[in-house]
Write a protein that binds this ligand. Structure first.
Ligand code: DX5
Ligand code: ZN
Length: 218
């Protein structure tokens, strides 16, 4: 059985006690850090200085999800900060191939995200440049939204393309992941799952991670 990865999103954590909140999910595979700029999405969260502090105290590697305009300008700084995996949005990058190469050259895994309405097909030739492809399963911007089942065919097509290409690219989904929806996303081919409210909304976040991992492994 292939074990999946569970990356809790700290968007649903208590921002005043981040260090303690990180310790509650030390059994996770990575911590998903949502960076929003109020331009690419209608919400504003944290920037590089806070991410650097999270990086300094986190018991697990960082998975940064940059929901920011002008990704080409800002994403490399997150790789320089030592973030293990840096994901930019395809819709926010002028030169995604150049950017992915820059992230790898700076020692990070290169991730690229697609909004629910963005087709994956124009980007399939880029798979060898990526370590991670993120298919958003809600419109980015807020935690606590419902999983969009209409993204399942795209997840399936992305899985087929990844397997067909022979390259090792993680297929991540983000938004509305619960113990129920994770089963459908895993069946469609996703193997890295971001969960915010399903983890930090639970009485015991570490136990929620284990339950999601069991439900999403296949
Ligand atoms: C949404 C963020 C997600 C969010 C997920 O734009 O990218 O990472 O925190 O939250 P849930 O799991 O509650 O949908
Ligand atoms: Zn996210």
């Amino acid at each position: 059985m292939a074990q999946c990865c569970i990356n809790p999103s700290i968007l649903s954590a208590d921002f005043v006690n981040l260090e303690a909140e990180l310790r509650r999910i030390s059994n996770a595979d990575a911590v998903h850090v949502d960076v929003m700029d109020n331009h690419f999405v209608p919400n504003l969260t944290i920037g590089l200085p806070v991410v650097q502090r999270i990086q300094a105290v986190s018991p697990v590697p960082l998975d940064a999800h940059l929901m920011i305009a002008d990704a080409d300008r800002w994403a490399p700084g997150f790789a320089d900060a030592g973030v293990a995996s840096v994901t930019f949005h395809a819709e926010a990058s002028i030169a995604p191939i150049k950017l992915a190469r820059e992230l790898r050259a700076r020692g990070a895994k290169a991730g690229m995200a697609l909004r629910p309405g963005t087709p994956v097909e124009p980007y399939l030739d880029m798979l060898p440049e990526l370590d991670l492809l993120l298919i958003m399963t809600v419109e980015p911007g807020f935690g606590g939204q419902s999983f969009l089942d209409l993204t399942l065919p795209k997840i399936r097509r992305a899985r087929a393309a990844i397997d067909g290409s022979g390259v090792k690219v993680a297929l991540q989904v983000d938004g509305g992941i619960t113990e129920e929806t994770i089963v459908r996303a895993a069946e469609a081919g996703a193997n890295v799952f971001v969960a915010g409210s399903a983890v930090y909304g639970a009485a015991d976040p570490a136990q929620a991670v284990e339950r999601l991992r069991a439900a999403g492994s296949r």
